[in-house]
Write a protein of this length. Structure first.
Length: 238
């Protein structure tokens, strides 16, 4: 007689068992993966800054090394380049004794030139073409001599001639303006608009020259300038 094969039975229906297995599989699929904490914004920024600094540091080091290398090459190149020697000086230290560069001739001497009317006027024309003598048609020779005195340094003579020109000019102006014959030169000068302090300075300068006091170049030139100003003012008025 063949042996009996006994298959164990459970009271749980097959459909229920299949349902449980299906639920188990579905639950596994629905399980969430383990959560990983996201890095904070500060951490990201800090990491970026560190990376940038590291990159810049490496780049700066490379640039510095390249600059040092180029400087070394240029130094070696300059050291090996040929520099032309300076041209020899054209001035010889063994110049002959009669050379004009080291001439032992005495410096030219200067002597004073006496002021003469004809001589001073001619010298004034030679020294410069600039002249104000044409402003004084009645006394043009006198004005030319005055300018010659200024050119030759005859300061006292120039100041005295300026005084003569001023006196003659103011007398002519008073006559043409119909003023009294007794009108003083100072009155006419003030009527022409000359500053009182300037006229007083001019009169004191003339007195100093007559007394033999010291005078300077600018004093003689300023005196002549005052006479020219009188001439121009008189022409505008009359």
């Amino acid at each position: 007689m063949a042996p009996e094969i006994v298959i164990g039975r459970t009271e749980e229906p097959l459909a229920d068992r299949i349902g449980r297995v299906s639920e188990a599989i579905t639950g596994v699929r629905r399980q969430k993966p383990p959560s990983v904490a996201a890095p904070s914004t500060e951490a990201l920024i800090g990491g970026t800054e560190a990376a940038v600094e590291e990159h810049l540091g490496r780049a700066g080091e490379e640039v510095w090394k390249g600059a040092v290398h180029r400087a070394a090459l240029e130094t070696r190149t300059l050291g090996q380049s040929s520099v032309p020697s300076p041209a020899p000086s054209r001035i010889s230290s063994n110049a002959p004794a009669d050379s004009p560069l080291i001439s032992s001739a005495a410096p030219p001497s200067f002597r004073a030139v006496e002021s003469e009317p004809g001589r001073a006027a001619a010298l004034a024309r030679e020294l410069s073409n600039l002249s104000f003598a044409s402003l004084f048609p009645r006394r043009i020779d006198h004005a030319l001599t005055l300018e010659g005195d200024l050119a030759t340094g005859a300061l006292r003579s120039a100041i005295e001639r300026s005084d003569e020109l001023a006196t003659d000019l103011l007398a002519e102006t008073a006559r043409r303006a119909g003023l009294d014959a007794g009108a003083s030169a100072a009155t006419v000068a003030l009527l022409l608009g000359v500053d009182g302090a300037s006229w007083l300075w001019f009169r004191r300068l003339v007195e100093r020259v007559r007394e033999g006091g010291p005078v300077a170049d600018r004093d003689a030139l300023a005196a002549y300038a005052l006479v020219i100003d009188l001439r121009l003012r008189s022409d505008r008025l009359l």
